[in-house]
Each structure stands twice: as C-alpha cells, then as structure tokens.
Ligand binder design. Structure first.
Ligand code: GLV
Ligand code: MN
Ligand code: MN
Length: 399
C-alpha cells in the first residue's frame, strides 16, 4: 500500500462507522440527522486541524477556507455527506475526504494557493430526507426559493426549516460570485472506468433528469367482500404505470425508475384507497425526457379510466441538461491524461455549473454499483483520485 493509500484509509476509517446500518451494511445519513450532524462536526474538526476557518452560507452548506474567504476568485472543491437510504459509503463523502487529503498533498509539496481554496460540504444532495435533490446548492444559487425549501417536510413531518434551525437564507449571489471554479470529485456510478481500465475520469455532461410524484386514488374497501367488478383499486393503475414507464424508457433509450412507493392504508386485507409512486426519469436529451414523462402520464391516465381511479402527476424537481465547461473539462483531461465521460447521476456540480466554470472527476468503482451498499472503490484508486484532485487544484488555484 502506498503512503497516500494508507493515509486515505486512515482518514476514511474515521467516518466509516458513522450512520452505517449493521444489517444492510449501507448508510442512513439523512441530511441534518444525527449521523450527518456528526459528519459535519468531523468536517469542522478536520478544517480546524488544518487551520482552515469554516463558514456556512445560511442554507446548510459548509465551507472550509485556505486563504481569505472574502478575497474572491476562489477555487471550490467538495461534495456532500448525506446518503440515500442504505446507500454506499463513497457517494458524497469521497469528494470531501479527498479534498482534505489534496490539501495535505499540496502542503507536503510546499505548494500554496495564490487564490483562496474552499472545501465545501453541501446539504441534502440526495433529496432523501426532504424530497428535492441538491437542496443546498439550489438554495445557494437561487434555483429554489427559500420559502419552498423551508416548508419541505420529511417522512415524520419535520420541516427543513425546523431541521436546520430556522428559515434558510436562499440565494447568496455575493458568496457565489467569490468562487471562480468548482471541482467535485465523486465515485463513478457505472462501469465506464472498468471498461476504460483507468482509475480516474473527467465528466463532460449530466443527463437532464427529474422526479415526479404520481398520486393514484381509488376506493378503499374490504378485500374479501368487494366483488372484483366493483373495485376501484389504485394499486392496479400504479402497477400498470410502473410497467409502462419501464417500456417507454426502453423504447427511447432513456431511464425510468419507480424506487419508492407509499400505500394507504397499507393493509393486507384492504383494497388501497391511495397509492403514491415516485418516478425518477432521465435521458440524454431534454426532448426525450419530456416525451417519456408525457407518455407515462398518458398511459397512467388511460389505465385510470379503465380502473375507475384518478391519477395526479406532480413535478417535484427537474434538472436540465448540464454541459460542463468544455474548456475546463478538456484542460483537466489533458492534465490528467484521463478519459471524459457523461453521467446520468445528479450532482451539486450540475447546479453550480449554471453559475461558474465547473468540472467533475470520477473515481473507478469496481462493482459499477451505486446507491447501494455494494458501491465501492479501492484505496489505491482513491489515492489516485486524491493525486488527480491535488494536481487540478494546483493548476487552478496555485498558479
Ligand atoms: C443523485 O445521486 C442522483 O442522481 O439522484
Ligand atoms: Mn447519489
Ligand atoms: Mn453524490
């Protein structure tokens, strides 16, 4: 094991147990819950150990600074601590741990930034607690109104404002204006780097994607006494819609997933009165994505007429196509000799890309699996990621 891989492992092991569910082996690091708050304390502690003051933006996002936070022209790197339910260890935290280690690498090499370097930890990137992904970066950039964010509630009815301890500040243009570039390092969420036989890649684009809630309503009734012909069962409309989403996505070369469902009253011997399913849909082009969602809605509505049920589609979040700054991606790919890839996964980098030159680095994931406990990266590849990030930060902030 190289020195750097060993240092990676040491720092990684400090956070590895936090929020880990012993049964699934996955993580329950919902934003602003106890495990994520502990990770935020860990972030402050790591920053303090390196003499980096920490600021927050009034929205739940943290920044640790090497250099004057007020000076402007800063280079930002970092990611998020929160996970999807029973998610993997690397999605998010890898970008933060790697950022601290990249700072150490620069310092060991005697390289200092000529413009400020900031390490960021964004809140609620997954949207697993309050429903809207990239909540922190959307607030910071003004893509989401603070009033809407404040009122979003989790499964227990706790609002974001309650969890955060007050109403979020919303857009911070003067803070955003102090960043000249953002680079997010992230575990790869696919198999492209396995196929390319390379430890690190640079991203060039994020597919347009979004989340739509489908509320199916019918008539709750007795499972034993209600004749089949008399039923208005929203579970049937829901089930048909899930199959239709899969088919319509395949026909278009797009992705559609229903990974979350809620049933009322959720009893074995009762026909449901309501079923809610969340559709996650993604495609390489916006037109394809819009066509997919319209087709799924039309199929659901047609089936609802046959079932005597109702269906209501509500958009919960939408992210347009992100084309990362081509000049920056090309420069970093040449610097690192790394392949360039698009991704179907969403990231805070995608939100910030509308405001400042932004790039992403991906680190190989030998399982190719993500949003699952099987997500993985070797210490050697994580060390290669740190080395790549340190070179990028040197290039952007130290010359
Ligand atoms: C975030 O990881 C997303 O792509 O949903
Ligand atoms: Mn994720
Ligand atoms: Mn992520």
């Amino acid at each position: 094991m190289t020195d750097l891989a060993g240092r990676f492992r040491q720092l990684w092991d400090e956070i590895a147990p936090i929020g880990r569910d012993p049964r699934s082996g996955g993580y329950l690091r919902y934003a602003l819950t106890e495990p994520e708050l502990r990770l935020r304390d860990w972030f402050r502690d790591q920053a303090a150990r390196r003499g980096m003051p920490v600021t927050d933006d009034g929205n739940g996002n943290l920044f640790a600074w090497w250099g004057d936070p007020e000076a402007g022209d800063a280079v930002l790197t970092g990611s998020h601590f929160d996970s999807v339910p029973h998610g993997g260890a690397y999605d998010g935290p890898l970008g933060i741990v790697s950022a601290f280690l990249a700072v150490d690498e620069l310092r060991t090499a005697g390289v200092a930034p000529v413009r400020p370097l900031a390490l960021g930890a964004f809140v609620e990137e997954e949207g697993a607690r309050f429903g809207v992904p990239c909540l922190g970066s959307r607030l910071l950039t003004g893509a989401l109104a603070p009033q809407r964010a404040a009122g979003l509630v989790d499964a227990d009815g706790v609002s974001f404002a309650e969890a955060w301890g007050g109403p979020p500040a919303g857009a911070r243009p003067e803070l955003l204006g102090r960043f000249a570039a953002f680079v997010e390092l992230h575990v790869e969420q696919g198999r492209a780097l396995i196929e390319a036989d390379a430890p690190v890649a640079v991203a060039d684009a994020i597919w347009p994607h979004g989340r739509w809630r489908l509320d199916f309503t019918g008539e709750g009734n007795h499972a034993g006494t209600t004749r089949m012909a008399d039923r208005r069962d929203p579970m049937l409309t829901y089930a048909f819609t899930v199959l239709a989403a899969n088919k319509e996505a395949r026909l278009r070369g797009a992705h559609a997933t229903v990974g979350r469902v809620a049933v009322e009253p959720n009893a074995t011997n009762a026909i449901p009165s309501k079923v809610t399913g969340w559709l996650d849909a993604r495609a390489a082009e916006q037109e394809t994505l819009s066509g997919l969602v319209e087709a799924v809605h039309a199929k659901a509505a047609e089936r609802a007429r046959r079932d005597g049920t109702d269906v209501l589609l509500t958009e919960e979040s939408a992210t347009p196509l992100v084309a990362f700054d081509g000049g920056l991606a090309g420069r970093l790919a040449a610097l690192l000799g790394a392949p360039v890839l698009p991704t179907g996964a969403g990231h805070d980098a995608g939100v910030l890309a509308a405001h400042l030159p932004t790039a992403m680095l991906f680190v190989r994931n030998p399982t190719g699996v993500s949003h699952s406990p099987a997500e993985s990266a070797t210490d050697a590849d994580c060390a290669a990621g740190v080395t790549a990030l340190a070179r990028v930060l040197e290039e952007l902030a130290c010359r």
